[in-house]
Design a protein around this ligand. Structure first.
Ligand code: LMR
Length: 345
């Protein structure tokens, strides 16, 4: 009995000592540092989450932005990029930003229509002739008004990024005239305009997140989809499709953003550094995104047997004719100034 009491006293004294004076190898937060890591405690880490592959305009711009910030901040700020929906899918990323689980995202305009339906302007087919027209709209009143709509939602718009125009693909049939779409099942982004566009073509549209497109085409849950060349190429969607129409019908752009409260919590010198890096990255991405899409179209043609059809002017007129109810409806629904500004061009 005495031995038992002595042992118990010894054991409890040992653990009390360990608790009071833990040896260094038991410090769970112990970090080995060298001189270069001085100031690690104050480092601001910005996690930038997006859903596309790295070899796309958005993927490369995100990396470039991170590189510029990391180099110029001298270790004070670190931007970490998470691509391919590894952290959050497109249906989750705005909420993740608001919860401060990530600090930066760049969703496509179509996915912001829940916040303000003016974003749908860019989904209206053939609304903009080329990327120059889109860029002018985003740099002008339309862009200002969209940025203001983000502010109302406590979101800080940092830039508009470009991925150019979308093309149509199908595993079933060449898509030249509106009747070719009849009965085919298409994956779409969560946009009322895109849904109505396919309804008017007598097709069957279903919303699906971007990270499920390849898998659902493979399982033949859909016959076709619409996207930019860089998304079709980088996700290898063209391997599962037999026909592609270069239609350039709808625009795909991104709103790069942070949560406004998070942005306001950053020191002014860091805000300035981020704004400058964003301006430089945005100019670079608008300059290179079209070339990237053009090059990847050539790769698709050489790496696969997909049949590529270029929509003729007559065919485009037939599509536009079919989409008339869409133009009429959204001309009434979108903010008057935005519609007038668009039609002025
Ligand atoms: C899509 O869902 O097809 C695109 O918005 C993905 C993206 O971010 O380019």
């Amino acid at each position: 009995m005495r031995i038992f009491i002595v042992t118990a006293l010894f054991v409890s004294a040992f653990f009390t000592y360990i608790l009071l004076f833990p040896p260094s190898f038991l410090h769970s937060e112990h970090v080995y540092r060298d001189d270069e890591q001085r100031g690690l405690d104050e480092q601001i880490v910005i996690n930038f989450s997006h859903v596309v592959a790295e070899n796309t305009p958005k993927g490369l711009a995100a990396q470039k932005f991170a590189k510029v910030v990391n180099e110029r901040s001298d270790g004070k700020v670190k931007v970490e990029v998470f691509s391919n929906s590894v952290l959050y899918s497109d249906t989750e990323e705005v909420d993740a930003l608001r919860r401060n689980d990530v600090q930066m995202i760049a969703p496509s305009f179509s996915k912001l229509a829940d916040l303000n339906e003016d974003w749908l302007l860019f989904d209206l087919p053939f609304m903009f002739k080329d990327e120059g027209e889109v860029e002018a709209a985003l740099n002008g009143q339309i862009g200002k008004s969209l940025q203001a709509s983000l502010k109302k939602e406590n979101l800080k718009g940092l830039a508009f990024w470009n991925n150019g125009f979308k093309q149509m693909t199908s595993s079933q049939k060449k898509l030249a005239v509106p009747d070719d779409f009849k009965g085919q099942r298409f994956r779409i982004m969560p946009s009322e305009v895109i849904k109505k566009q396919f309804d008017l073509l007598d097709a069957k549209p279903t919303i699906a997140p971007f990270n499920r497109v390849y898998e659902s085409l493979e399982k033949q849950e859909f016959d076709g989809q619409e996207n930019t060349i860089s998304n079709i190429y980088s996700k290898r969607l063209y391997m599962l499709q037999r026909y592609m129409t270069i239609s350039n019908h709808g625009y795909l752009g991104y709103a790069v953003m942070m949560d406004e409260s998070y942005w306001n919590s950053l020191p002014p010198d860091v805000q300035l550094l981020l704004s400058n890096a964003m301006e430089e990255t945005t100019a670079w991405m608008w300059e290179h995104s079209k070339g990237m899409n053009d090059q990847q179209l050539e790769k698709i043609k050489s790496e696969s047997s997909i049949q590529v059809h270029y929509l003729t002017e007559q065919e485009r007129d037939k599509w536009k004719q079919r989409f008339k109810p869409l133009y009429t409806e959204f001309q009434k629904r979108l903010t008057k100034d935005i519609v007038e500004e668009t039609y002025k061009k």
